[in-house]
Design a binder for this molecule. Sequence first.
Ligand SMILES: Nc1ncnc2c1ncn2[C@@H]1O[C@H](COP(=O)(O)OP(=O)(O)OP(=O)(O)O)[C@@H](O)[C@H]1O
Length: 255
Amino acid sequence: MENDQAVRLEQVSRCYASGSSAAVRALDGITVGFDRTTFTAIMGPSGSGKSTLLQCAAGLDRPDAGRVVVDGVDLGPLGEKALTELRRDRIGFIFQAFNLLGALTAEQNVGLPLRLAGRRPQAAEVRAALTQVGLGERGGHLPSQMSGGQQQRVAIARALIARPKVLFADEPTGALDSSSSRTVLELLRTLVDEQGQTTIMVTHDPVAASYADRVIFLVDGRLTDEMHRPTAQRVAEHMAQLESGAQPVGTDGGR
Ligand SMILES: Nc1ncnc2c1ncn2[C@@H]1O[C@H](COP(=O)(O)OP(=O)(O)OP(=O)(O)O)[C@@H](O)[C@H]1O
């Protein structure tokens, strides 16, 4: 079954030293798999370890213990160069703050990962990536000439240009109004449904989570529950229970 999983974490722990006080255990023995061609949302109270989980799963951070396997490759033994190449070739990442380069046009931003990989981006492939996110006519615009939602869609095109096996998204709608958020979330959903793009997204927003196939919930660095075919209302109710410290009900249970 492991081969059906684009990403797998086994007993992953990550501690951060915090000066004089005791170390923070951001992840505490997490075991979870992410099936290929599915869309998973990661939720949990502030400080529960969501971003740390995403960073470890994407090879941007290294766990202190446990194993992370991406597209069949165990990241543990990889040196920095091999890890960088794996991220470049198999992983796409989008952030809350878009992280586009302000001096470059949309087209130049989208072509950048190919340039960094030593390839000269073809105009047609860059145009195709922008068309895929509904911005085929905007290639010559600078980020400052685009709305937040449009900038995030450029960032998605940039993340997808190298055809990654997994797209990671850390609060991709956190800086957007509800209408732009909906456009971005519908785009992510379409990419999963029509292109089988495995997607893993951290979000605080129950509406955003409702676009996923599955929501996993973290509390204090541990996986507590998961919910399949989530609705915004069920997710919001479950989060309210987690945040109040009550015993949660109404999910599909653990794995
Ligand atoms: N670089 C770091 N150095 C020290 N502690 C860190 C670092 N990164 C995260 N932490 C701590 O690890 C824990 C988990 O942080 P993380 O950012 O993963 O949580 P989160 O669920 O994404 O939070 P939020 O919803 O507020 O973004 C927190 O207690 C945080 O303070």
